[in-house]
Design a protein around this ligand. Structure first.
Ligand SMILES: [Zn+2]
Length: 153
């Protein structure tokens, strides 16, 4: 049998693919996103067993594996639990580097929401920092209807 690679130069061509897709957000995410878009409000769902308020809301509790059953409005303010600073631009990032993503625990929630921090230099970000949601002017039914979270004193 002929060894194909022994007498053929391996040419490496760098490229990329773009895969646009659509998916139905489902009942839970649709309610969350329409409330955010239309009312500017942030809602979580409470687990009937452990009573944790999950934000973003989940149809079932990831801790107890039971269906969540109660909508709870949470604050648009919360605390940075942890964060990371994006140092390099890539095609998938929503803004130019450097910027930070943070895990934000909103007041009234028991889980963290990952979102962008704005109006703050990356060097000034601290765990425990209090932040507030800044809503996008033109809301479209996406998590980016919260433009970013900004520090508050
Ligand atoms: Zn639970």
């Amino acid at each position: 049998m002929r060894d194909f690679w022994s007498d053929v130069e391996a040419i490496v061509h760098k490229s990329g693919i773009r895969v646009p897709y659509s998916w139905q957000a489902g009942e839970t995410a649709s309610y969350f996103l329409t409330q955010l878009r239309d009312e500017g409000k942030i809602w979580g769902k409470r687990c009937p067993r452990c009573e944790k308020v999950l934000v973003p809301p989940r149809k079932s509790c990831p801790f107890c594996f039971v269906e969540t059953d109660q909508w709870i409005e949470v604050s648009d303010e919360g605390m940075v639990e942890t964060f990371t600073v994006v140092q390099r631009d890539t095609l998938i990032q929503p803004r130019k580097a450097p910027f930070a993503y943070a895990m934000i625990r909103l007041d009234g929630a028991d889980t963290g929401l990952v979102h962008i921090l704005g109006e703050v230099e990356p060097e000034a970000i601290r765990e425990g920092m209090r932040v507030k949601a800044v809503l996008a002017k033109d809301r479209k039914g996406s998590l980016l209807d919260i433009a970013y979270f900004k520090p508050i004193i």
